[in-house]
Design a protein around this ligand. Structure first.
Ligand SMILES: Cc1ncc(COP(=O)(O)O)c(C=O)c1O
Length: 382
């Protein structure tokens, strides 16, 4: 039975005190947690009359920079905008190549296309499905301008090796940390090794509804990102560089400040839920965490070499939500096939797309929910 209360996480649960009610409940794959603090913060913004980017966005930026451990944080409208603005702030444009992973959400690569540059894919590591630095090195060319590394599922990529490689070759390192708020390598948070790009979409470890953030220690990159998110303005109605409206709204920032205060408790709960699943699951390959890394389990993703669909259907019929992140690698997406990527092969990513299955791991899970997930998986894989 659950020992923690809704209060500890700023949320209200109904009926979870009863085993029967809990057992009937469908367990979603993700569940945004919105509490009193968020509600009050939003009402305050509405009462203030300041709705577009203003003091709350500035306060959220300061708090997020401090959390990640960077000099700057620049808030934007969503995680995709964070990637586009970060790439443009590093000067990525037509004629440039950007090396990245084929095993991610499509925005990792379409943001490169949006800058007029060409994504060049490098295969992932079979252990954590993050960019393999050796494959990145092989994919470099004289046109390479940047590397976009994703911290997939909340597990840090081999970021110190990638940072060293980018340093040595004079390349920008963009960290797609959309799924990795609070993940760290030897205590240093992701988003502080290169230029970090975060998403606050509702399924993420923290949300603002829609929202994104760029983190950097580089004063010039931060200044350019601020300009690009605001029509390239240097002063009112003076437009020096290309930019669009990628700003964050005050309501989103107010929600973000309230969520950030709860993020560490939620991350700890995710890590603890993942530990329970890894200790109890049988017959599937559970996620590996590299030594020295803090994996914040945005997703808890198992590998099922045979019978993934059977397992998925069995879990769904037991009321357990699942998801496949991702069923089609980016180079196999129709858009990218049309762009001429269809002939390339990235065998580790392609195999992963056939085997991965994400199980619920979010902080709203009760101990009874965890037992149900373990029982259902172990029954189906017996
Ligand atoms: C790895 C990755 N990159 C980029 C994004 C884009 O973020 P957003 O949905 O906020 O635009 C997401 C999230 O959806 C993501 O998971």
């Amino acid at each position: 039975m659950r020992r923690w209360t809704g209060d500890a996480f700023g949320i209200t649960f109904v009926g979870v005190g009863l085993v029967t009610a809990s057992q009937d409940r469908r367990i979603p794959i993700a569940q945004p947690l919105i509490g009193r603090e968020e509600q009050e913060a939003v009402l305050e913004v509405l009462a203030s009359g300041q709705l577009a980017q203003g003091p709350r966005v500035a306060a959220f930026e300061r708090a997020f920079a401090q959390y990640v451990g960077t000099r700057h944080a620049v808030a934007v409208a969503n995680g995709t905008a964070a990637l586009v603005v970060a790439l443009q702030a590093h000067g990525v444009g037509p004629g440039d190549e950007v090396v990245t992973t084929p095993f991610s959400f499509v925005a990792t690569a379409t943001s490169i296309l949006a800058c007029g540059a060409r994504p060049v894919f490098a295969d992932v590591d079979p252990d954590d499905l993050n960019l393999n630095p050796d494959a990145v090195e092989r994919a470099l060319s004289p046109r390479t301008r940047a590397v976009v590394a994703v911290h997939l599922y909340g597990h840090p990529a081999r970021i110190d090796e990638l940072a060293e490689l980018c340093d040595r070759r004079g390349l920008a390192l963009i960290e797609d940390a959309a799924q990795a708020h609070g993940a760290a390598h030897h205590g240093r948070r992701v988003g502080s090794f290169g230029t970090g790009c975060f998403s606050f979409y509702p399924t993420k470890n923290m949300t603002t509804g829609e929202g994104g953030m760029i983190t950097t220690d580089d004063d010039e990159v931060a200044a350019r990102a601020r300009q690009i998110r605001d029509h390239g303005q240097s002063s009112r109605y003076r437009h020096d560089i290309f930019g669009l409206n990628w700003r964050m709204a005050e309501v989103a920032a107010a929600i973000g400040l309230a969520q950030l205060a709860k993020l560490e408790a939620w991350n700890e709960r995710r890590i603890r839920n993942a530990a329970v699943l890894s200790a109890e699951l049988r017959g599937v390959r559970t996620p590996r965490v590299r030594e020295g890394d803090r994996h914040v389990f945005h997703q808890y993703t198992i590998r099922v070499p045979e019978g993934r669909e059977r397992l998925r259907v069995a879990l769904e019929s037991s009321g357990i939500g699942t998801a496949v992140h991702y069923p089609l690698p980016i180079h196999r997406q129709p858009l990218f096939v049309r762009l001429g990527y269809g002939e390339e092969s990235f065998p580790v990513a392609e195999r992963a797309a056939e085997e991965v299955l994400s199980l619920p791991v979010h902080p709203a899970l009760t101990d009874v929910d965890l037992e149900r997930i373990v029982d259902a998986v172990n029954r189906a894989t017996r």
